[in-house]
Design a protein. Structure first.
Length: 342
């Protein structure tokens, strides 16, 4: 999955604005039949906006059977005959899942039953165009396919691992995962659920954050060395106290988040790789540079799409002479890594 041009999709702020436009439009009529019709369009929008599904997939849903409020998942596609093709389960944010189930609980929707979302695709596109234009956006960006693309970019920018985004969008997963740990489809779905609920809470920055499974735990007299394996196959090493291992309940196979503060991240522009004692070394591309009088912030994207932020002095910035698109090595010590289980 490549990184699409921002001119071909909407950012998170614009997606929120578009969503609010749909909600206002839905509430602008007093006629029950018109309101039900608008609720139907709103539901279709919410499902595309939060699952990244294709319009055809959404229109073929039976919301009463395919939306599970217990697990907050949507099942796209069904096993037909001996095809062996299983349905794809995609996590929905809890609040959105409950909202949709609340909307379809009304008598107007129950009469429609399984075919309640079978709306003419051309009509759906026209309504999506109207809402995009009402927000002052290029109407083409409000179409289902750009919305699907926008969702993928949004998740990538929130540091959801590529394999999880690809699986959620119904793509194959070409990137091989580390041979040290294999990830089942259920585990990748769990990663998706974690990131989407974290996105809903908006508690922490997505930068300098690695999410993965503990591959090895090497306990010493006072401290323990822990190696985390991400879905992208990257290894992140940290050193924490033995007491912290017990307090956090860490064990091999447990999912955790590793975060590193930007000032602790070192940059190196050598071609063949740095000669350094740093335990964690990644190669990436400079995506953004914010220069200040005292400090300069670099944002580097490594191979699996994870963004790592480094803050260096402006004097160091001048020595590095890095530009947008330059390849650079990112380094940080194991003692700089903070582990979180929530």
């Amino acid at each position: 999955m490549n990184h699409p041009d921002r001119n071909t999709c909407l950012d998170s702020t614009q997606l929120h604005e578009l969503e609010q436009s749909f909600r206002r439009w839905t509430g602008e009529t007093l006629r029950p039949d018109v309101r039900i019709a608008r609720y139907r369009i709103l539901i279709i929008f919410l499902l595309i906006r939060y699952t990244g599904a294709k319009l055809s997939e959404v229109l073929n849903l039976d919301p009463f059977q395919d939306i599970d409020v217990e697990t907050y998942t949507v099942s796209f596609g069904r096993v037909i005959g001996d095809s062996g093709r299983a349905s794809r389960k995609v996590h929905l944010p809890e609040a959105v899942c409950r909202e949709i189930r609340g909307m379809i609980a009304g008598p107007g929707f129950k009469k429609a039953s399984a075919g309640m979302l079978r709306v003419d695709p051309g009509f759906v596109r026209r309504k999506f165009y109207e809402r995009a234009e009402a927000c002052g956006f290029i109407k083409a960006l409000g179409a289902p396919e750009p919305l699907r693309r926008s969702r993928a970019v949004e998740l990538i920018e929130n540091n959801m691992p590529f394999p999880a985004v690809q699986m959620m969008m119904g793509h194959s997963t070409p990137n091989p995962v580390s041979s040290y740990i294999s990830f089942s489809e259920e585990e990748i779905r769990e990663v998706t659920r974690f990131f989407m609920e974290k996105e809903s809470r908006r508690k922490t920055s997505a930068r300098n954050s690695f999410f993965g499974k503990i591959g090895t735990i090497q306990e010493g007299d006072i401290q323990t060395r822990i190696e985390l394996i991400t879905l992208g196959g990257h290894k992140v090493t940290t050193i924490i106290t033995n007491d912290s291992v017990k307090r956090l309940g860490l064990k091999k196979g447990k999912w955790i988040t590793a975060e590193i503060k930007a000032p602790w991240v070192i940059l190196d522009k050598s071609i063949n790789g740095p000669e350094s004692s740093a335990d964690n070394v990644f190669n990436g591309v400079v995506e953004k540079i914010i220069q200040g009088e005292i400090n300069t912030e670099y944002r580097v994207r490594i191979s699996d799409g994870t963004k790592i932020c480094s803050i260096v002095t402006s004097e160091s910035c001048r020595r590095l002479a890095l530009g947008l698109g330059d390849r650079v090595w990112v380094l940080f010590n194991s003692a700089s890594v903070v582990l979180m289980t929530g």
